[in-house]
Design a binder for this molecule. Structure first.
Ligand code: GLP
Length: 264
């Protein structure tokens, strides 16, 4: 596993966006098949999306031959609601690049049959050839997508009941009113994320420090879904200094040294 520690949120976003563009270009040099990209929402990926948009505008990358699958969506929130993950993705990323709307996949949180929607989403991922790179964030309690603590590592796309803690944390997007936060979400499973050929997880700010410590230095445990990243053969965590602040000095130095060495 790689751990990239950048000094600021902005630099972590730039590193991540450039890495994604690099992977898209490397893929396109080998094949005409679309690159399949898994994407998250939340405040964390905003600096990455901003940089991806800049790279697109500068002509460094096109998203025409990219298929995306989002990680999750609230159940029962209208698509047009400003806090739906549909709105988030179009406002913060898709509207600013040349992606074909047909290639955008986001779970339908208003599906009449939520279980069927989840099963069909997994099928769609398979039909697209699997996910080349899954970008994710992490919750303060270590959740991955909306896979809350104690979710099975074998989980697939499913309806997830949110913990009180997540509802409270996410209430900042809903006027700090926990009653306005949907109580359920649809989420890709942990196995869905781990099936991707590469997984890149972003963790920014001091509130993510405990999750970063567990993911990097703890054991793989269902109490911290993010710790499953350890079992991926191409897992990368990208954090800023604040999110790295609970790591032991020796761990911090190891990853700084090894990344510096890889640049030589
Ligand atoms: C949400 C999302 C996750 C996201 C996490 C962190 O609940 N479902 O996919 O990684 O919370 O959000 P933020 O980046 O805003 O801290």
């Amino acid at each position: 596993m790689r751990l990239i520690i950048e000094d600021t949120n902005k630099h972590a976003g730039q590193w991540t966006a450039r890495y994604i563009v690099d992977r898209i270009l490397a893929h396109q040099a080998k094949t005409d098949k679309p690159f399949v990209l898994g994407l998250p929402t939340g405040s964390t990926p905003l600096s990455t999306y901003a940089e991806l948009i800049e790279l697109y505008k500068s002509g460094a990358v096109s998203f025409k031959n990219v298929i995306t699958f989002n990680m999750d969506e609230y159940v029962g929130l209208p698509e047009k609601h400003p806090e739906s993950y549909h709105s988030f993705m179009w406002n913060n990323f898709f509207n600013h690049v040349d992606i074909d709307p047909k290639n955008v996949n986001i779970l339908n949180g208003n599906a009449a049959d939520p279980e069927a929607e989840c099963a069909e989403y997994e099928e769609r991922i398979q039909k697209a050839g699997g996910i080349d790179l899954f970008l994710g964030g992490v919750g303060e309690n270590g959740h991955l997508a909306f896979n809350e603590p104690f979710t099975s590592p074998q989980s697939r796309t499913h309806v997830q009941t949110l913990t009180d803690e997540t509802i409270m944390v996410n209430s900042r997007f809903f006027d700090y009113d926990v009653n306005k936060v949907p109580k359920q979400a649809m989420s890709v499973g942990i196995a869905t994320v781990l099936d991707a050929r590469e997984v890149v997880i972003l963790a920014l700010g001091p509130k993510k420090a405990a999750a970063v410590k567990q993911c990097i230095e703890g054991s793989v445990t269902h109490m911290w879904p993010i710790s499953n990243l350890q079992s991926h053969k191409k897992g990368i965590m990208v954090c800023d200094e604040l999110a790295a602040s609970e790591l032991t000095v020796s761990t911090y130095r190891y990853f700084k040294d090894i990344e510096r060495a890889s640049l030589l």
